[in-house]
Design a protein around this ligand. Sequence first.
Ligand code: K1U
Ligand code: ZN
Length: 169
Amino acid sequence: MALLPILQYPDPRLHTVARPVSAFDARLRTLAADMLQTMYESGGIGLAATQVDVHERLIVMDISEERNQPLVIVNPEIVWHSEASKLNEEGCLSVPAVYDRVERFESVHVRVWDEHGAQRTIEAQDVMAICIQHEMDHLLGKVFVEYLSPLKRDRIKKKMRKARREDAH
Ligand code: K1U
Ligand code: ZN
């Protein structure tokens, strides 16, 4: 397994729209395993392939306290969502140390495939629903800070660029 570098906002590659996964093969399973290792190592509860510069519709998640319930989600499609939505605090491994509130559907039903090509429908609420909507946005090239005001977003971009300059020294 390998740790993969995570693209940092405002890297333009984070705005790439991912294509569907077409082959459920060893390459896909290795990529999913590497993404899970990267997510666990970074302390995240989810990671989209876009964030590791692979532009295919693949997400990994683990929302369990024990960090022992990995989930591989391929080609997710929302087939139902609640009328109700809710503001929740979100973070992102591509925007470290930035947390803000984003409105998401309270519940979603998502048709997914696993890494072996088996299809199922996930009925997601609470953290699972928030995380899956956040990760599906990544696959569309959207980072959560794009829901914030232009002023906040500009401040975040400046903060991230400054942190990168300081890291380079
Ligand atoms: O970068 C990512 O897409 C992963 C992201 C998922 C996420 C967390 C919280 C709300 C929406 C989406 C993270 O894992 S951020 C870091 C994190 O560990 C975390 C932040 C807030 C709550 C729980 C975990
Ligand atoms: Zn994210």
